[in-house]
Design a protein around this ligand. Structure first.
Ligand SMILES: *Cc1c(COP(=O)(O)O)cnc(C)c1O
Length: 242
């Protein structure tokens, strides 16, 4: 292992330790057991070598938000037996590719996409866990910073049903991104309520994917079961292109 490889490993190890400390503190405050909260390392813009570093440090779940980047990275690290999470907005014409490597798709926000993913997963003889992405933008905020994806909370149970009824899909639960500039605590409280409505009908749909590097404490306080952490583990990404 070269010097830069080991330096990068130590940097990521320190970031991971700090992130786990934040998770433990937030769980303590919320009177929750840290084992209820899973960490997903979001590796977008970072190379496959960082995926290997995360895996070597015990991270079993990784996430990406663009198929063009995720597909080659998943292929390069196929030997690691990681669980791959697709967390970005998704066009139906990418469903075949995503269904070939993803284990969990967090960003299902319309029935057409659910059907495309299910049909492609069935053709590949795979099963996909899907989460209903809920749009937590309210009134005046909606559209100002561009669509972040997600179904209207009122329409979430119907979409959950579309997922649950597909033979190749497993309904996992819900996912959301806190709206920019909004109070994440308030937003995640609404997500928790939507999650409860879906769980009343589908008790096994227990996943609440909420919380990123900047708002994981609020997410844990509002019942998150999965955190999607990019910058907290790998560093800031700089300007987003594309
Ligand atoms: C990039 C991304 C993350 C990770 O965000 P950080 O702020 O870097 O932790 C989480 N969820 C989604 C949907 C993302 O696109």
């Amino acid at each position: 292992m070269s010097h830069t490889d080991s330096a990068r490993t130590e940097q990521i190890r320190a970031n991971l330790t700090a992130a786990r400390a934040r998770i433990e503190a937030a769980c303590h405050k919320a009177d929750r057991d840290p084992s209820e909260v899973s960490l997903i390392g979001v590796t977008k813009t970072y190379p496959a070598s960082d995926v290997r570093v995360l895996a070597s440090l015990g991270v079993t779940d990784v996430g990406e938000n663009r198929d063009q980047e995720a597909a080659p990275k998943a292929a390069e690290t196929a030997d690691l037996d990681l669980t791959w999470h697709f967390v970005g907005q998704l066009q139906s014409n990418k469903a075949r590719s995503v269904a070939s490597y993803a284990d969990v798709v967090h960003s299902v926000d319309r029935a057409k996409l659910a059907r495309a993913l299910g049909d492609r997963a069935a053709a590949a003889e795979r099963r996909l866990t899907c989460l209903v992405q809920v749009n937590l933008d309210t009134g005046s905020q909606a559209g100002v910073i561009g669509p972040r994806g997600g179904v209207d909370p009122a329409d979430a149970p119907a979409l959950a049903e579309r997922i649950a009824e597909h033979e190749a899909l497993t309904l996992g639960g819900v996912m959301a991104v806190a709206p920019l500039g909004a109070d994440p605590d308030e937003a995640f409280a609404r997500l928790y309520e939507v999650a409860g409505r879906i769980r009343d009908r589908y008790p096994q749909a227990t996943v609440i994917s909420a919380g990123m590097s900047g708002d994981l404490e609020a997410a844990i306080g509002r019942g998150a079961t999965h955190l999607r952490l990019g910058t907290a583990l790998l560093g800031s990404r700089g300007p987003i292109v594309g």
